[in-house]
Design a protein around this ligand. Structure first.
Ligand code: NAD
Length: 419
């Protein structure tokens, strides 16, 4: 069995590579085998047997709990640590257990600081926006900090009282509107955390020849956390990527010293030279702008909570969570877990109607990450062809004109036939 390794910042992938996978709860038992069958076929077709994935099942979620008595066994973590790259189906969130969310636990344990979600429209898929073909974005959501760090205390607890005491008596805070009944949460945002995320976003734009990176934030209100993210992002672009990027801070500097005409000229020149434009926008304006002029945006770098909202809105603009892929990556250690972005969909589990495209497209991202780009492209093209001919699972077919509604296994077979 071959293992992917990481050396000198580069991922080295043997021709026969072992990939640990979590089947996933609920619909996981349907989307995982369907996606694997398509991926295997595409690899076979592309490389004629010289490359292959050996799938290695590891347990998590309900299946793990039923077999081992734990939700996230240590062997599973060990496999992801050892094999670097993995893929997972959706997991039930344990209720009343020690783990808040298995997904968050996986991200934190492997320090998977980037949540990367590409958002792209496939011809034929129904969309609530007029020109979905203009939506082509790559969301880099910070995965380890922000209000998501889980540092919070419930109202009435001794911890909340102690925290309130500290705020009022040591920090001189008098702005807590209803002190006696408040719960509290802490929002840590660091320079290191922000810059490693923005660095990954800029490097992705360089590697994939993309025109811009937009820092999305609420720095107008949260000046040191969200505002810090923006400032540290610009600072990184100017120190580490000077010459490769052109930032709106540079633009402003020219505008103030030489006037608007010179600034516009410098910007136009930078675009002509293929430099990546680094800009920023306030999160609420961004959500509005993505509906009005999505073509303005390409790579998006943002903090954890903003990234959560943004991912769902953008996914809805191109067909919804059934086809939105995702991955969690640490670009410094090489660890990456690709995942379906939807949940376990218990209401449709076992009925052969679930759409496997979210996990399949996450598999496409994984192939791309492994450097097996030809196989990734083959699947994307086949999926595009399938949707364009209005063949889809019911979640999408019901909104398509003259559509053919397929069960999960029939959809799998059609995508394989179209490869
Ligand atoms: P959900 O995503 O499972 O379902 C929401 C709705 O979307 C349901 O009506 C479902 O039928 C539909 N849907 C979801 N995926 C679909 C697909 N691929 N094809 C067709 N329809 C699809 O969200 P939920 O109901 O809020 O959560 C159910 C469980 O999943 C909970 O335990 C939750 O904690 C968990 N969850 C896990 C993840 C994850 O592992 N990444 C993410 C979200 C929720």
């Amino acid at each position: 069995m071959g293992k992917a390794t990481f050396s000198g910042g580069k991922l080295l992938v043997p021709d026969i590579v072992t990939i640990p996978y979590i089947e996933g709860d609920g619909v996981g038992a349907e989307i995982t085998p369907a996606s694997q069958a398509i991926i295997d076929k595409a690899i076979e077709k592309t490389y004629g047997g010289t490359k292959k994935i050996e799938w290695k099942e590891v347990l998590a979620g309900e299946k793990a709990y039923n077999i081992t008595g734990t939700w996230l066994p240590e062997e599973t973590m060990e496999a992801f640590r050892e094999y670097l790259i993995g893929i997972k189906g959706p997991l039930t969130t344990p209720i009343g257990g020690g783990i808040r969310s298995l997904n968050v636990a996986l991200r934190q344990k492997l320090d998977l600081y980037v949540c990367l979600r590409p958002v792209k429209w496939y011809k034929g898929v129904s969309s609530p926006v007029k020109e979905p073909q203009k939506v082509d974005m790559y969301i880099f959501r910070e995965n380890t900090e922000d209000i998501y760090a889980g540092i919070e205390w419930n109202t009435g607890t001794p911890e909340a009282k102690k925290f309130l005491y500290f705020l009022q008596n040591e920090m001189g805070v008098d702005k807590v509107r209803f002190p006696e009944s408040s719960s509290f949460g802490v929002k840590p945002v660091s320079k290191e955390g922000s810059q490693r995320l923005v660095k990954a976003a800029i490097e992705y734009a360089i590697k994939n020849n993309l025109p811009s990176v937009t820092l999305v934030h609420k720095g107008n209100i949260m000046k040191f956390t969200e505002g810090g993210f923006k400032n540290w992002g610009y600072e990184l672009a100017e120190t580490e990527f000077y010459g490769t990027t052109f930032s709106m801070v540079e633009y402003e500097h020219i505008r103030k010293t030489k006037g608007k005409e010179s600034a516009d000229k410098a910007l136009a020149e930078a675009v002509n030279q293929g430099r990546i434009i680094i800009k920023d926008v306030i999160a609420d304006a961004f959500l509005q702008n993505t509906l009005l002029s999505p073509e303005k945006y390409s790579v998006i770098a943002t903090l954890n909570l903003n990234g959560d909202y943004i991912s769902d809105q953008l996914a809805a603009m191109v067909g919804g969570i059934g086809i939105a892929p995702g991955s969690n990556i640490n670009y410094k250690t090489g660890h990456a877990i690709f995942e379906a972005t939807h949940g376990t969909a218990p209401d449709i589990a076992g009925k052969n109607i679930v759409n496997p495209s979210s996990l399949l497209l996450s598999g496409v991202m994984m192939l791309d990450h492994l450097g097996w780009k030809e196989a990734a492209e083959l699947i994307e093209n086949s999926l595009g062809k399938t949707f364009e001919s209005a063949h889809a699972t019911e979640d999408l077919a019901r909104f398509m004109e003259n559509s053919v509604s397929l069960g999960t296994t029939e959809f799998r077979d059609t995508v394989i036939k179209n490869l």
